[in-house]
Design a binder for this molecule. Structure first.
Ligand code: BGC
Length: 343
């Protein structure tokens, strides 16, 4: 059964860089953008698409161009997403933004779009490079996964430098940790898992892995896995590396339910900078996170979508004519207030 998020029509005027900038000799254009996300329950993707719609609406003030956005969720099914792309083309979309379900299975979407001559901006879930090279109207907007792993590791290094005994609570010179991984095969899960740990090791700290489980970016699954870790290793977990904030929040749910006291609380680290995680940071339940810039990615996607349709110059931050990667940023209790203002 195909499930859809429904049709969201954001009629917005295009104002920002590249959007609706009409030259005197050019008629204003209406732009129709099809957006399909891999799963309507993903918190980070929800933030990103909310901002995308908001940014499109914010442009309503200016110029005489209208943007219509058709949004669907593939509910985790690649075949459904392929059909959604066909539907977008039938509905007259000028450009399509795809948060692909299976990043190794993009060929059907690419073939359909290329045959119709409709550009595709993939976002957040990165294709293999050869697929993106298959046609010059394929783009990717996201972030450099490796950087987020390194930054997460660096937060732990900084904590160790400022008070190793508070992190190494049992004083054995090793940091006992558990890892909560996102979806298997997702570029962010692979790189974050690897680089968070290797960065800490490269700084000379020794780690001991007590557990490593996949919780699919999901709070409830992470709660469940953390409950099992706590049962297997009571009062022994000193650090929780979580590939995203939702799973970090799930581990906090489990820590509360297990009655873990503040003096035994592990260092909990996430990635994304969601509003709920910023709150957990302020309350001292999370030690740090890394901003996955949803607003910047949404803005870049909108600018790029408009530019490819209108034919105006492509955004300056487009690399190799294909990639826009927004930098990650470190968030700790020291600077969280600044991010709360803008989140
Ligand atoms: C985010 C996760 C999200 C995933 C979805 C990642 O970049 O950090 O929170 O679930 O993308 O693809």
């Amino acid at each position: 059964m195909r499930r859809t998020l429904g049709l969201l029509c954001a009629a917005a005027m295009l104002a920002a860089a590249g959007c609706g900038q009409t030259s005197p000799d050019k008629e204003p254009q209406n732009i129709k953008i099809g957006v399909s996300i891999y799963d309507q329950y993903d918190t980070f993707i929800g933030l990103l698409t909310d901002r995308f719609l908001r940014l499109a609406r914010e442009k309503e003030e200016a110029l005489d161009t209208t943007i219509t956005i058709l949004q669907e969720s593939a509910a985790g099914n690649q075949i459904d997403q392929n059909v959604q792309v066909e539907d977008f083309i039938q509905s007259g979309c000028d450009v399509i933004c795809i948060n692909i379900v299976d990043r190794t299975d993009a060929s059907v979407i690419i073939d359909i779009a290329e045959a119709a001559g409709i550009p595709v901006i993939f976002f957040n879930r990165e294709l293999v490079e050869e697929d993106l090279e298959r046609w010059d109207k394929l783009y990717y907007v996201g972030a450099e996964a490796l950087q987020s792993g390194r930054m997460q590791g660096q937060i732990l290094i900084d904590l160790c430098r400022s008070g190793f005994k508070q992190v190494d609570r049992n004083g054995d010179g090793l940091l006992q940790y558990v890892m909560l991984e996102g979806e298997a095969g997702h570029q962010d899960a692979i790189m974050r898992t690897q680089y968070s740990v290797s960065t800490v090791e490269a700084a000379g700290y020794r780690l001991e892995r007590l557990g490593d489980e996949i919780a699919n970016w999901n709070r409830a699954q992470a709660d469940n896995k953390m409950t099992q870790f706590l049962e297997a290793h009571p009062n022994a977990i000193e650090v929780v590396f979580s590939n995203n904030d939702e799973m970090a929040l799930g581990t906090i749910d489990a820590l509360h339910r297990a009655g873990v006291q503040p003096e035994d609380w592990p260092v909990v680290l996430g990635i994304d900078g969601t509003p709920a995680a910023l709150q957990a940071l302020e309350e001292g339940e999370m030690a740090g996170t890394v901003l996955n810039n949803a607003l910047g990615q949404a803005q870049s996607m909108l600018d790029l979508a408009c530019a490819v349709v209108v034919g105006s110059p492509l955004p300056d931050n487009l690399e190799n004519g294909k990639y826009i990667r927004l930098p990650y940023e470190t968030i700790t209790p020291a600077n969280v207030a600044r991010y709360k203002e803008t989140s």
